[in-house]
Ligand binder design. Sequence first.
Ligand code: GLN
Length: 541
Amino acid sequence: MTKHIFVTGGVVSSLGKGLTSASIGMLLEHRGLKVRMQKLDPYINVDPGTMSPYQHGEVYVLDDGSETDLDLGHYERFTNSKLTRNSNFTTGQIYQNVIEKERRGEFLGKTVQVIPHITNEIKHSIAKVAGEGIDVVITEIGGTVGDIESQPFLEAIRQFALDVGKENCLYIHLTLVPYLKAAAELKTKPTQHSVGQLRQIGIQPDILICRTERELPASDREKIALFCNVPFQAVIEERDKDFSIYEVPLSLVEHGLDSLIVKKLNLPNTSLDLDDWRDLLHRLRNPETEISIAVVGKYAEHKDAYKSIYEAIDHAGIEHHAQIRIGRIQSEAVEREGPERLLAGYDGILVPGGFGERGTEGKVEAIRFARERNIPFLGICLGMQCAVIEFARNVVGLKGANSTEFDKDTPYPVICLLDEQKNITDKGGTMRLGAQKSELDTNSKSFEWYGNRGISERHRHRYEFNNVYRKQFQAHNLTIAGTSEDDSLVEIVEVADHPWFVAVQFHPEFKSKPTQSHPLFSGFIQAAVRRTKNSAVPQSS
Ligand code: GLN
């Protein structure tokens, strides 16, 4: 029978529930257990696909095309849990399902209510992830205990233990133990209050994970244990990690979290082998070189907007023993100040995906700078489209070339709407989404790094390379390095006589892991490392 772990959060938001849940998943997998991860989000949007990155950070795309919360990115980077559209449910989706059932008459004339109909739908969504061969499902509840929106979810997870047996469920509550400078003390009261709120709903947490900036002394742990009605060993410290998020699981092991979970859920107490993770941290701590990469985007100042991209860059750094300083450059600033001032000195330039015209001219400028100065460049989605625009204007000589997304009347629409998109008006879930197969040209850098002709990568776009111009581009030495299997869509372009200029219509960042860097990020970072080494002034002895 599948066991269930529910992770809730209290006191404040942004406590890192996603990272903590992912770390728990990773530790249980390293004990040989089969884990599935899931996130329930209390907001009313049906999915985050239509939400601004300012509001919600990046939209994380799965193989099956679902547009999900960025925490699912942590799940995939930390674990091998297979994620599908059942891995992320929102209030909007839950209500939509219930309302559709009501319209079909499935409630047989009953009054449809939050309890039991909405809570049943939530429980049903949790149960979907469990099943044959799955040892543990970890379900993270978004939001903070005490929020109005979270109530039905908390009620549902309370009922869940009644349905499947308390011995098969574990409630882990993540809280904050703040340090008050004026009192020179850590304060446990917010934790007591948030656990109090959980207990009011009928949930007694089994384990408390306490986020804190300082060491949590035994006396504070005792106090929390007493007031929150949990055993002393079940009060676990999770100290802030300034160095790397990949330290989190190891610090939880030090405080005994994994063995406690295994014991409480009566799971087999197998040994925990963390060699790969320790090796990763060792590499992170002992870099051989240092390089800098500029990420030029519309939301560059927002650290969650390109989360997976920053992670994928770090993973490639781990592989190449390089410490990477990432410069977040706003593309509009490039328009104002010019690329030379903002980008000279970087060892590589990456232009990520995006929507809408704002800042695109700055991206085009940045790409021109990378191409002309032989700076390694990686373009992703909109970053590829801007690379095509730049090449059209400055190499092929198509003055005023653009994407019809930004200029409907451009004389040279080198990027235009996908045919299947032309009559679509709904915004949610209607792009070309999810895993799509491509074929690589064997005479390309992409092929060299993938080592395979056939690849599958995740997509999220409406616009595409306009095939009318394919021959003209090729005549000017732009390599079409990858296309869809039927050759109808251009997936990768490369500039051949350049150390590394690769631009892709898909999102490689969603498939990079700390223990296994993505081939394209790996190639890009290696080129950047080479560039630094070549430009280093030789030391005279
Ligand atoms: N706006 C572009 C499109 O819709 C690029 C999308 C993206 O970068 N994810 O095709």
